[in-house]
Design a binder for this molecule. Structure first.
Ligand code: SAH
Ligand code: SF4
Length: 376
């Protein structure tokens, strides 16, 4: 008999499952807290449960997160894990410590089918959606592992520590790892609802950000179901260029995307949308592009996050020079925008934006693309 993996359940689902084995809802809550707040995977550790219930759970259920295949720690404190998700597939998650927060960048799919030209994950192809247990498992394992490392005096030392209000190392989640989260809608929404649940991680909607390449009808669904903070990967100020580097734009042009963003703001936890813009030398980084972007975004309350391109093996693009990045940013700032340049973190371990490659058995091309050479 296969055991039921309790890591994949929201609290209402767990409560139902407990009902099915003749147990009261408050028992489900207790177990839910043990798993997500205390990081317990072993029912015997759940000492306030009756022995008979623990035995019943041991027989019927398990708490199974994906196993860590490798762990890399960057000089800047960033930690990257490669997780085993079966039959040759691996996915990555990245922890980024900052002064006042610890952010975990979480993957939603094995690869990505949207094939943006500048993205390492996109170039890997696509295998499958991640399950709720695999998405939450990244958070579950990261918290446990970071606590372990902290006890050993390694990694995740937050400068200015003490200001982080979170009881666990991960205080913020960004759905910005491998995959297009809105193309794995149900699983991503269920996983995020556990992140927000006060009986689990208790993160506020402001502390969970979903980044999308702009799957417009799914942005509308997210608005109805679970409107967390939204980041949109724009990367070009006009449809012609955007369609060239992001094929998804052919289905969802910029005008429709911005309209969906405005609707989303009616319920969003913040009063702006973050637009991400990766700067590709000679492609989308001229003063003309910056001015066109400034004009375009008049339509939506926005902040702009400029991302210097992070190269990966075989990539055709180059990073814009610091002068070009500054010039681009200044044009936006002079036009009245809050525009920041994303700090490149963990690039010594290939953990920066767009560098997550994991290990994807591409179902379309039927080949295994290995992870990068192991870093030291
Ligand atoms: N699929 C989602 C979320 C994952 S990608 C999305 O596209 O938004 C997270 C961010 O990294 C996106 O803004 C993406 O465009 C950006 N990105 C992808 N490849 C990159 C690269 N090589 N260098 C810098 N940023 C990159
Ligand atoms: Fe997929 Fe996002 Fe990469 Fe595009 S940038 S290929 S949507 S992961």
């Amino acid at each position: 008999m296969t055991r039921t993996n309790l890591l994949g359940f929201t609290l209402p689902e767990l409560t139902d499952w407990f009902g099915g084995i003749g147990q009261k809802p408050f028992r489900a809550r207790q177990v839910f807290r043990w798993i997500h707040q205390r990081g317990a995977a072993d029912f015997d550790a759940m000492t306030d449960l009756a022995k008979a219930l623990r035995e019943q759970l041991r027989e019927l259920a398990e708490v199974r997160a994906p196993a860590i295949l490798s762990e890399h720690r960057s000089a800047d404190g960033t930690v990257k894990w490669l997780f085993d998700v079966g039959v040759g597939n691996g996915i990555e998650a990245v922890y980024i410590p900052e002064d006042d927060r610890g952010t975990l960048c979480v993957s939603s799919q094995v690869g990505c089918a949207l094939d943006c030209d500048f993205c390492s994950t996109g170039k890997q192809g696509f295998n499958r959606d991640l399950s709720v247990a695999e998405i939450l498992g990244q958070l579950f394992v990261a918290n446990r592992r970071l606590e372990e490392l902290a006890r050993e005096g390694l990694a995740f030392r937050l400068e200015g520590a003490g200001e982080v209000s979170s009881p666990r190392p991960v205080s913020n989640v960004v759905m910005m790892g491998m995959g297009e989260p809105l193309n794995n809608f149900e699983n991503v929404v269920n996983a995020m609802s556990v992140m927000l649940d006060d009986h689990a991680y208790g993160l506020s909607r402001r502390r969970v950000t979903l980044s999308t390449s702009g799957v417009v009808h799914q942005i509308r669904r997210l608005k109805e179901r679970l409107p967390v903070a939204l980041a949109v990967s724009l990367h070009a100020p006009d449809d012609e260029l955007r369609s060239r580097i992001m094929p998804v734009n052919r289905s969802y042009p910029i005008r429709d995307l911005l309209a969906a963003c405005n609707e989303y703001l009616e319920v969003a936890p913040r009063d702006f949308i973050t637009f991400e813009y990766v700067l590709l030398a000679g492609v989308n980084d001229s003063p003309g592009h910056a001015r066109a972007l400034a004009a375009l975004l008049r339509a939506v309350p926005s902040k702009v996050n400029l991302i210097p391109f992070n190269p990966f093996p075989g990539s055709a693009y180059r990073r814009s020079s610091p002068e070009v990045v500054t010039r681009f940013r200044n044009i936006l700032v002079e036009a009245g925008y809050v525009a920041t340049v994303r700090k490149t973190r963990g690039d010594d371990i290939d953990a920066a934006c767009g560098q997550l490659a994991g290990q994807v058995v591409d179902r379309r091309k039927r080949k295994v693309i290995p992870i990068h050479q192991e870093a030291a």
